[in-house]
Design a protein around this ligand. Structure first.
Ligand code: EPZ
Length: 431
């Protein structure tokens, strides 16, 4: 198990290139199950979550290879074992998004029921409700969801809203299943996250007929079959946001290449209110395609802010922990309300170990800004909480030790190397 030893405080300055989105890549990889051929996915990041998901697809029967230029090739001609095993699903909840495509392709799927995790209960009732409405018969057997539709799925109108709004992977599951259903499906209260838009765009390239992409009302006209496709995954907006906070918390300046600020309006707005400058620019990549870049810098003090996380286009829950690290150092009091995963606060006690002053009341955290953070040994609990601890470690006085950094490797590619190139002092050590 690796640890990070982080020496602080530092001030970051330089250029960082943003990778492809993990949360867009996973459902898009699952979408290849719907085709019987070889798809080529570009910009899929090199992350442990992607490796675990690749293993899952491999066990189903797919063949996966990385070409020398980094493209991920998925040959899904053979799917002879439509089973998502416990051993893999327990390591990564997102494995559930093979359920819809397996059911549509094979007429049957067995996927281990995901358990809770460090960020809360995480039920999948809405996924199952949607698939049932498409005609699947579903029951639970020895911890496995067994879904059957031997005569195929049939389009219908489905409402996908839940107690915390729409569901991202639930929308992905039902959307993928409905592309091969007979007739028309309408998904109301669909998730509008950019990762769902990316999935819908990839499905369209595969031959699916989807209207209303990007809106909460998706209309899908089922087709007989989909074709494999070549598709480029969008940049990771959560990685962009994390590096933005890295620039802000260290009173530094970072130029971030390959990002789409239009997907991040709530985040950019919040940063500007906090006193961070965010300037948008354009660059050309090696294929001469124009891409957004952004320069993020902070000179004055950190102003307090109130943040409420919400489904897109609201402020993303996946950046809540990182912003909490930033607001710990604000001049005044801030309030963070978590409306997507009300228990996603494992980082609160760890940040307090670093001399932050955070008080949790239910799904709200009140932050009394402090002048400085102080290094301490801390424990990473989930992916984004670990990112928050690394960000805090950059500015804490002394050597912060972050334990269990495998959490951060799930979603950030070589984060310590990339931060060190712009001025951080992070050392990875095996224990
Ligand atoms: C996706 O998880 C992301 N994961 C999460 O990112 C992200 O935090 C989350 O969406 C919200 O944006 C991937 O894309 C792989 P949800 P997902 O279903 O789809 C409740 C990260 O750090 N709900 O949109 O599993 C649920 O409990 C990860 O990269 C139900 O009640 O999240 C939550 O309160 C962590 N019933 C809310 O909806 C259901 O059937 C939103 O969850 C499904 C969800």
């Amino acid at each position: 198990m690796d640890i990070f030893r982080i020496e602080g405080p530092v001030q970051l300055s330089g250029v960082v290139s943003i990778n492809g989105s993990k949360n867009a890549s996973l459902p898009i990889m699952a979408a290849t199950i719907l085709t019987a051929g070889k798809s080529i996915l570009k910009a899929v990041p090199h992350l442990s979550d992607i490796s675990v998901f690749s293993q899952l697809l491999g066990r189903l029967g797919c063949e996966l290879t990385r070409s020398p230029n980094g493209d991920l090739c998925i040959d899904s001609r053979v799917i002879d074992n439509p089973v998502g095993e416990y051993e893999i699903v327990r390591r990564m909840r997102a494995s559930i998004c093979v359920l819809g495509p397996l059911l549509a392709r094979c007429g049957r799927a067995e996927v281990s029921m995901p358990g809770g995790c460090a960020i809360g209960d995480r039920p999948i009732d809405i996924h199952l409700r949607g698939l049932r409405e498409l005609g699947a018969k579903i029951h639970l057997k020895s911890g496995y969801i067994v879904a059957e539709a031997p005569r195929g799925l049939t389009g219908c109108d489905i409402f996908m809203g839940g107690p915390f709004g729409s569901t991202v992977l639930g929308t992905a599951n039902v959307l993928m299943a409905s592309t091969l259903a007979k007739g028309k499906t309408i998904i109301a209260s669909a998730a509008c996250e950019p990762e769902i838009v990316d999935l819908a765009n990839c499905l369209t390239k595969m031959g699916a007929k989807i209207d209303g992409i990007g809106s909460p009302r998706l209309i899908i006209e089922g087709v007989k079959e989909l074709q494999p496709a070549e598709y480029q995954v969008i940049p990771d907006r959560i990685e962009v946001g994390t590096f933005m906070v890295a620039a802000a918390i260290t009173a530094g300046q970072l130029r971030l290449l390959n990002c789409r600020l239009d997907d991040m309006m709530a985040v950019v707005d919040k940063l500007r209110n906090i006193g961070v400058t965010v300037e948008k620019g354009k660059t050309r990549d090696e294929r001469r395609e124009t891409r957004d870049e952004v320069v993020v810098a902070r000179r004055g003090s950190i102003k307090p802010a109130d943040i409420t996380t919400q489904p897109y286009p609201g402020f993303p829950t996946d950046l809540q922990a990182q912003f909490m690290a930033l607001l710990s150092l604000a001049k005044g009091n801030s309030v963070v309300i978590e409306k997507v995963f009300p228990d996603r606060f494992m980082h609160v006690a760890e940040l307090n170990r670093m001399a932050a002053n955070l008080r949790r009341e239910g799904s709200t955290v009140i932050i009394a800004g402090v002048k400085k953070l102080v290094a301490a040994p801390v424990m990473a609990s989930d992916l984004r909480a670990s990112a928050a601890l690394v960000l805090a470690g950059l500015v804490a006085e002394g050597t912060t030790v972050v334990n269990r950094v495998y959490h951060i490797d799930r979603g950030y590619e070589r984060i310590e190397e990339r931060l060190n190139l712009v001025g951080a002092k992070i050392f990875r050590e095996g224990i």
